[in-house]
Design a binder for this molecule. Structure first.
Ligand code: ADP
Ligand code: TRP
Length: 324
């Protein structure tokens, strides 16, 4: 049976946080263990350029994401792991896509529509074209599935639209990819109760020190109910974070405590202890990996060679189709 291709990418525009872990990193490791799936995982450093103009930071976050992936159990021999900028065929394909994409399609993209625009933070053409670079990432490797959080749904729809348009003009070539969202993993809220996101500055870094983790969990917004008051699990960030890590039995235990009444400080301690223990082993591995830049570079190089071989074949085929 031919394997199905699955792709996932993470933009190195900040240190990986608990939301990235629950919504993207952890499910990607789970999927990589499925023998019927061929996984392409990459670090979207070209996407990072849209906002970040600091090469040192991009490099730092790139390494942190790679180390985080490996630390939580991604086996580099089972997946094709690469950096987007090492595959120039992606931007080559993007040009083909540019030439068949109506401006109207991109006008509707929320990536730039939802951005808070300041003078420093204007809409550059990278931001405007963001969905087309993403479409090229996906279509180049004939991905059947794209593993992303729900917030990326529109980008997958644009990718399908553009693939469909290409197929209509040139004849059927591209697969129409489907979004793969891990249903158990909902969007995680951040310190202020909004979606945890680097853009809101409300994140809990995945591998911060124990002390920072404790201080951050203590800071999570709660209401002013008394210790003896029953508490509602609905829209409770602490309960949500705990549930993303704990087993069903443990979740039910905390749910009962909420019903009986428990102080917020006790809840925060329970959540901290649990998350801290769950992450301890991978945090140690992560810190060790960060010190071994040569090893990390070697891993990427291996994946990049495989990815480029594939990419070259596709681009040659495409050139025959669109230019002759
Ligand atoms: P951010 O919003 O912090 O910039 P990214 O856009 O880099 O995050 O997201 C990388 C991946 O992590 C995406 O697949 C995204 O859907 C997922 N993700 C981001 N934030 C969360 C969250 N709060 N909860 C669950 N998944 C998330
Ligand atoms: N836009 C994605 C994010 O910020 C990252 C990304 C870029 C991606 N290209 C992709 C994800 C292709 C999946 C497939 O989360």
């Amino acid at each position: 049976m031919e394997k199905l291709n699955l792709i996932s990418g993470i933009t190195p525009n900040g240190a990986p946080h608990l939301g990235n872990y629950i919504g993207a990193l952890r499910p990607s490791v789970d999927f990589s263990r499925n023998i019927n799936i061929k996984s392409y995982y990459f670090i979207a450093d070209l996407h990072a350029l849209i906002k970040l103009k600091d090469p040192k930071k991009i490099k730092k976050y790139k390494i942190e994401i790679l180390a985080a992936w490996l630390a939580i159990g991604l086996d580099p021999n089972k997946v094709i792991l690469y950096c987007q900028s090492a595959i120039p065929e992606i931007t080559e394909l993007m040009w083909f896509l540019f030439c068949i994409c109506s401006k109207g399609l991109l006008n509707r993209a929320h990536a730039f529509k939802s951005l808070f625009i300041t003078e420093k933070n204007y809409i550059n053409m990278g931001l405007y074209s963001y969905p087309l670079l993403m479409a090229a990432d996906i279509l180049l490797f004939h991905a059947n599935f794209v593993l992303v959080g729900n917030d990326q749904l529109q980008h997958i729809e644009i990718t399908r639209d553009i693939a469909l348009r290409f197929n209509k003009i040139y004849g059927k070539y591209f697969i129409l990819p489907k979004i793969k969202v891990d249903k158990k993993n909902k969007l995680l809220n951040g310190l202020d109760g909004r979606k945890m996101s680097k853009s809101y500055g409300n994140t809990i870094p995945l591998f911060c020190t124990e002390k920072t983790l404790y201080n951050m969990i203590i800071k999570i917004k709660t209401n002013s109910s008394k210790a003896s008051d029953p508490k509602n699990i609905k829209n409770c960030t602490l309960f949500q974070i705990y549930s993303a890590f704990a087993s069903k039995k443990e979740i039910n235990y905390l749910k009962n405590k909420y019903n009986e009444g428990i102080s917020w400080i006790k809840v925060k301690k329970i959540v901290f202890d649990y998350i801290n223990e769950s992450l301890r082993y991978s945090r140690d591995t992560y810190l060790r990996l960060l010190k071994d830049y040569t090893y990390l570079k070697k891993i990427l190089k291996k994946g990049e060679n495989i990815a480029r071989d594939k990419a070259n074949i596709i681009i040659s085929e495409l050139k025959k189709i669109v230019i002759k």
